[in-house]
Design a protein around this ligand. Structure first.
Ligand SMILES: [Zn+2]
Length: 337
């Protein structure tokens, strides 16, 4: 793998993972090697955010970047190439970010949803490589989704975290009730733990935060569960139970070969997987789940920048139609147009 780093790659692009907390950028060659990377806190103001992205691209690429794709935590409109909705990137909703960056960088720029990019990253270099049909779920602050079908990233919204699994469930920030992410995101797990601790439930986690339970994190809950704590295990198990309901729905809709999970909740994978498996076995339409694999991401935080880079390579090919894309098995979705 290291060999490619020393040979002169013919194409290098920048993939950017733009989240509510951090901006990650990576210079990546056409073989998928990460040649340079950096990470900064996400500025809250639109002009500063654009300046930051331009500076980060310049710093890592030193003039070598031939295209850039932004993978953003939001709903992307493929026609206008704008973010239509994003709770964590409100500053750039409905702004012509692609046009502005294209002008400043003078190279092709694309925009894609971050979970879709992560799915493409896993297909290119991660856990999705053996599969033509899989669904990826990012389990973090919220739940995002990406769908690969017949080896190609589907150009669909895939707001899988906002699939309702209980019409009378808790209210979600999207306006409906019982969304999957209200039960099985890291935020949902932490909220439940805080509620239980404040109400006086016995748990090893009570010793962790000097009595300020609002400081409890998902990591603390996973670590305490590993130590045998019954409350933390119960909370994770309940989240996985609901996650299993959602995954069974996805199996019925997409009949994937695999469902791949990424994000903060992987810290509790050993508790989550068996519960999800049991639930899917019980609920999925038979025999759609017969050979289903439930797998953790192998790229972790790099999935987004790698998927964005894969799209940036396709964007370059679009501007230079003679050579075909390095991987003809992956389509360029409309988001990158
Ligand atoms: Zn929702």
């Amino acid at each position: 793998m290291e060999k490619g780093k020393t040979s002169r790659a013919t194409a290098t692009v920048v993939g950017i993972d733009l989240g509510g907390t951090n901006v990650r950028a990576a210079l990546i060659d056409e073989a998928g090697h990460i040649l340079a990377r950096n990470r900064e806190e996400t500025p809250k103001e639109a002009a500063l955010l654009q300046e930051t992205i331009v500076r980060m691209v310049a710093e890592i690429s030193e003039g070598r970047a031939q295209a850039v794709v932004l993978a953003a935590a939001g709903l992307v409109d493929p026609r206008t190439r704008r973010i239509l909705r994003s709770p964590n990137l409100e500053a750039i909703v409905d702004l012509p970010v692609v046009e502005a960056l294209t002008q400043k960088l003078s190279i092709p720029v694309g925009l894609v949803n971050d979970a879709a990019a992560a799915a493409l990253g896993e297909k290119w270099k991660g856990a999705g490589q053996p599969f033509n049909d899989f669904v990826l779920l990012t389990l973090g602050t919220g739940i995002g989704g990406g769908v690969v079908h017949k080896g190609k990233l589907l150009d669909i919204a895939a707001e899988l975290g906002h699939m309702s699994i209980n019409a009378e469930g808790p209210a979600c920030q999207c306006g409906r009730r019982g969304c999957l992410e209200s039960y099985a995101s890291a935020t949902a797990i932490v909220d439940r733990a805080v509620k239980e601790l404040v109400s006086g439930r016995d748990s090893l986690a009570r010793a962790c935060c000097d009595g300020n339970y609002y400081k409890v994190t998902a990591e603390i809950i996973f670590k305490t569960a590993m130590e045998g704590d019954l409350l933390c295990r119960e909370i994770i198990k309940d989240a996985a139970f609901h996650l299993g309901s959602g995954v069974a729905n996805l199996v019925n809709i997409f009949s994937p070969e695999a469902v791949i999970f990424s994000g903060g909740l992987l810290g509790a994978w050993q508790f989550i997987k068996p519960e999800v498996q049991t639930r899917v076995t019980r609920l999925a339409f038979k025999p759609l789940d017969r050979d289903l694999k439930l797998l953790p991401s192998t790229l972790g935080d790099d999935a987004g920048v790698l998927g964005a880079a894969r799209l940036a390579l396709d964007l370059m090919a679009e501007g230079n139609p003679a050579p075909s894309s390095a991987d003809p098995g992956i389509a360029r979705p409309l988001q990158s147009h």
